[in-house]
Design a protein around this ligand. Structure first.
Ligand code: R1P
Ligand code: URA
Length: 309
């Protein structure tokens, strides 16, 4: 009888997917529909308002608009003649991750991303209605392991973990701060450390009777450990983290309009919000247009929707 043929077992199916693409049935950003200069904003309404700042389309048409199946809205056109996209990134670090990775996958050129968000403010000189530009951002995460045991049980970790800060791209950040000052005046722009939280509530020090969050002294602890901490929001750190990890293919800077002063509990009046969003949007778009990245998003000047503008 012939000896059995020894065969190598087939390799197990890979558990990793080769590219950051939406799974079948989910439409994400498409090649030629997104520029290598992206203004990331939190919601559809802000994105739509800022899209009105783009260069007018020939014949008075609208800029290109696509809403993905995950709910991200992208407008693409030109600003001062340069291709740009405005993307509604929605809330939280997971959404920022989708937007950056899926857009990075369909653009060839190095990219510049500027975020214009809103934030809670942690201390003066920040003040309501001003814009906080982040020199750096760190992340504040609720640590579920801390809640395994009653508070102060020996060996239990701190309920919130603060990462080390990650710097913004210095050139982009400097240009953003200068453009904001030109729009709003020196007194309305402050530079410091941003804190990106993984919740609007627990890890932003908002107290609740319904949950054991152990966050009564969280904001004081943050400011004590990071005396230049000024703003508290939910996406910026992750954008800077992705830029750092992008092997040089993406640079980023972030700013956020002060919607709330956490030490006085004052909130910005709704009428001021749109005015500040438009001023911040003009500054962010001007910064993107001046960014040191190629003008053509795709290799060899391949066409995209920006060619219609
Ligand atoms: C919370 O209300 C949201 O507002 C802030 C936070 O980061 C979070 O996304 O930013 P946006 O106004 O950009 O959404
Ligand atoms: N966005 C936040 O994440 N926190 C605030 O306090 C205000 C806006």
């Amino acid at each position: 009888m012939a000896p059995p043929v020894l065969r190598r077992a087939p390799p197990p199916p890979s558990l990793t997917s080769p590219s950051p693409r939406p799974p079948p049935g989910r439409a994400g950003p498409q090649r030629g529909e997104v520029a290598n200069r992206i203004l990331s904003v939190g919601d559809h309404s802000r994105a739509g308002a800022l899209a009105a700042l783009l260069d007018p389309a020939p014949g008075g048409g609208e800029p290109f608009r696509r809403e993905s199946s995950r709910g991200f809205v992208t407008y693409t056109g030109r600003y001062r003649g340069v291709p740009v996209s405005i993307v509604a990134t929605l809330m939280g670090m997971a959404n920022m991750d989708f937007v950056v990775r899926e857009n990075r996958a369909v653009v060839d050129a190095p990219m510049a991303v500027v975020r214009l968000g809103s934030c809670g403010l942690l201390q003066p000189p920040a003040h309501l209605g001003g814009v906080a530009v982040a020199r750096e951002a760190l992340c504040c995460r609720r640590n579920p392991d801390a809640f395994d045991a009653p508070p102060s049980t020996p060996g239990t970790p701190e309920p919130f973990h603060l990462t080390r800060p990650i710097p913004a791209d210095p050139a982009l950040r400097g240009a953003l701060a200068a453009a904001l000052r030109a729009e709003l005046g020196d007194s309305e722009v402050f530079e410091g450390t941003n804190v990106t939280a993984d919740s609007f509530y627990s890890s932003q020090g908002r107290l609740s009777d319904h949950f054991d969050d152990r966050n009564g002294d969280l904001l004081d602890r943050i400011v004590e450990r990071h005396p230049s901490a000024l703003s508290l929001e939910m996406e910026s750190f992750h954008l800077l983290d992705l830029a750092r990890s992008s092997r040089g293919s993406l640079r980023a800077a972030v700013c956020a309009i002060g919607f709330a002063e956490r030490w006085t509990n004052a909130f910005l009046e709704p009428e001021r919000i749109r005015v500040l969003e438009l001023a911040g949007g003009r500054a962010a778009l001007a910064t993107l247009v001046g960014a040191d990245v190629p003008e053509d998003p795709l290799e060899g000047g391949e066409a995209g929707v920006w060619d219609g503008f």
